[in-house]
Design a protein around this ligand. Structure first.
Ligand SMILES: [Zn+2]
Length: 410
């Protein structure tokens, strides 16, 4: 790098002195590591806990993939970066849109700034939906394992990414999609020694298997083998998650869903409220577009206080706020948030109406995320850290991880 520091979104980061790798484990409820370590399946992470730094941190709510990945690479909340969900209602355009496009991003990323300062960057994501946001204005390698066989030097900074890894390009719904990311990252580390890498996985396994389940433990054992390899290759390694994951079904396996539209139709009149579920994305098979966060746009904003009051009295609903209070509480951009913001209780999800969610696609009892109940995530560094802010682990956010690996490793 040609400078000793870069300044991004009000934070200052030092130039890396060793290859620096941040891994975002999608949907990593803290229990997954605890159970894997108890089973002796995650010796490297157990070692980092003893010899490095390990604590818990809080992610951004809505506890979804895009808002949190963007917070991690920008160092700020969605109120600043603008990516408030996978999906939102564009009130000016009058339509519901995916937030995959970089034009929705309202600030620069640390990754782009580091590349601009001369650092060599590599980003590998599991799903292609994140690639363009993470790679926005970034010079370097950036591709997804989902589309690793479709890369070009021009667009992705690399040719024949499939040659990096001795694996076929995995199915988008598979554990291998994440393994491919780590295998490609390790190959890049050994072959090209990039200064900074960001590797973002997928939560396919966590949506299906609870902590301690043999499939989940095998997945975490696989992750641990790569973490060990990164550590032994001399990398500074930071590990966190975009969100946790909780069971959302009752004892008989039926999902606990509060369908919002029938309630709203009864309260404010049919068709006068638009329910937005920002978990919605093109990959709905494992969660049926059911998550624990929703925002509601009202035809008559004056209905908001009454709707808030009635939702608060509804079983299964956690917190409910009007827009201004909700945006303050969850650090969200008001212009991309409805008149009402709500999260469900921990083991409940929010739906639009029964006919809009195809639950027949679910093969296992529903596990999902989106609310405050999935806000606690692991925060692990493979080296000891110094200069921990006095607020300590209490105020720690998953999007402090680059600050830790670049500024605070001893
Ligand atoms: Zn996620």
């Amino acid at each position: 790098m040609n400078r000793s520091t870069v300044s991004v979104n009000g934070r200052i980061y030092r130039a890396p002195t060793a290859p620096t790798v941040v891994v975002c484990i999608d949907g990593s409820e803290p229990d997954y590591f605890d159970r894997a370590i108890d089973a002796g399946a995650a010796p490297a992470v157990a070692r980092f806990r003893r010899e490095g730094f390990a604590t818990l941190s809080r992610c951004v709510v809505p506890s979804f993939t895009n808002p949190n990945n963007l917070s991690i690479v920008t160092g700020v909340s969605p109120a600043v970066h603008g990516i408030a969900g996978n999906y939102f209602y564009d009130a000016t355009a009058g339509r519901e849109v995916m937030m995959n496009d970089p034009r929705y991003l309202r600030c620069g990323t640390l990754l782009a700034a580091l590349a601009q300062a001369g650092a060599r960057l590599a980003v590998v994501t599991a799903k292609d939906k994140l690639r363009r946001l993470l790679g926005h204005e970034m010079r370097g390698v950036c591709f997804s394992s989902e589309k690793a066989d479709q890369v070009t030097k021009d667009e992705h900074g690399i040719e024949r990414a499939t040659d990096l890894v001795d694996m076929a390009v995995p199915d988008v719904y598979s554990a291998e999609l994440s393994e491919f990311v780590l295998a490609a990252g390790l190959a890049l580390l050994e072959r090209e020694r990039p200064d900074v890498m960001y590797l973002s996985l997928t939560d396919y396994v966590q949506h299906k298997h609870p902590p301690g389940d043999p499939v989940a433990t095998a997945f975490y054992a696989m992750l641990d083998r790569y973490f060990d390899a990164f550590d032994r290759a001399g990398a500074v390694l930071g590990i966190t998650a975009d969100h946790g994951m909780k069971g959302k079904a009752g004892p008989d396996g039926t999902p606990n869903v509060v369908y919002l539209r029938p309630l709203l139709d009864a309260w404010v009149g049919a068709g006068r409220a638009r329910v937005i579920l920002p978990i919605t994305d093109p990959y709905v098979v494992h969660h049926g577009a059911l998550g624990s966060f929703a925002t509601i746009h009202l035809e008559r904003p004056a209905d908001a206080p009454g709707v808030v009051e009635r939702l608060r009295a509804t079983p299964g609903i956690g917190e409910v706020h009007e827009r201004a209070a909700g945006c303050l509480r969850f650090e969200l951009p008001p212009d991309r948030t409805g008149d009402v913001v709500l999260v469900s209780e921990a083991n409940v999800v929010l739906g639009k109406a029964p006919e809009e969610h195809d639950l027949s696609l679910l093969r296992e009892p529903l596990r999902s995320h989106g609310g405050t109940s999935e806000q606690v995530v692991p925060f692990v560094i493979n080296r000891p850290v110094r200069d921990v802010p006095s607020s300590g682990a209490d105020g720690l956010r998953n999007f402090d991880v680059f600050d830790y690996v670049l500024n605070r490793v001893a």
